[in-house]
Design a protein around this ligand. Structure first.
Ligand code: SAH
Length: 193
């Protein structure tokens, strides 16, 4: 199949992701941070995530086949597009439910409220789940072994190195309320883990 199918899908998905996030990014800059855990590890993780987000866009803009390209097939293209759509839907849902409490990094904002409703009543980290599903979709759709897997690599790293610190931060902030929330929800998969 023509790689331009994959290029179109990835470009559209990236634009939708930016459009979903933009208003929250804008809003979060206007709300003062009261506590931050943005250390060296967070800076490294966020830098890797940014590079991995833009790599596919560079691949899209590259006119000729490049290192690690392979032929595009219809089944991975279809399955990956489905994962991208599910990931974006989850991303939108978690942003809507988290509202003004969202931060790009580990921060507590002024008037921060613990969200336990909507998609957050199912799992504690729906946005990370969204990003993992999205990156699986990208790996399936994008026919390049290196660029296709790059966002997944970044998201697995981000999740693995951040989730404990984030939960510690939330426990420090919300104490028993977060403890009770942890007791009744799983991290990523309802009823599993
Ligand atoms: N881990 C969550 C949120 C990711 S955004 C998810 O995957 O959906 C990261 C920021 O969201 C954290 O710095 C924290 O300030 C905030 N946060 C995480 N869980 C929250 C919750 N249940 N209620 C309110 N804010 C939360």
């Amino acid at each position: 199949m023509n790689p331009w199918f994959a290029k179109g899908v990835i470009l559209l998905a990236s634009i939708v992701m930016i459009v979903i996030r933009a208003p929250y990014g804008h809003r979060s800059r206007t709300i003062p941070v009261v506590r931050s855990r943005k250390g060296a590890m967070e800076i490294v993780l966020l830098t890797i995530a940014w590079v991995a987000f833009f790599l596919p866009l560079i691949w899209i803009a590259t006119p000729s086949p490049v290192f690690a390209d392979y032929p595009l097939r219809p089944i991975p293209l279809f399955a990956g597009t489905l994962c991208l759509a599910i990931g974006l839907w989850l991303f939108h849902r978690s942003h809507t439910d988290l509202g003004a409490n969202w931060s790009i990094t580990l921060e507590v904002r002024e008037k921060h409220q613990l969200v336990t409703n909507g998609i957050y009543s199912r799992v504690r980290h729906p946005m990370y789940l969204a990003l993992l599903v999205y990156s699986a979709g990208q790996a399936l759709v994008l026919p390049n072994y290196v660029v296709g897997a790059s966002y997944g690599f970044a998201m697995v790293l981000l999740f693995a190195f951040r989730v404990r610190s984030e939960e510690q931060m939330m426990l420090g902030e919300f104490g028993k309320e977060y403890e009770a929330y942890m007791a009744r929800t799983k991290r990523l998969m309802p009823g599993v883990w």
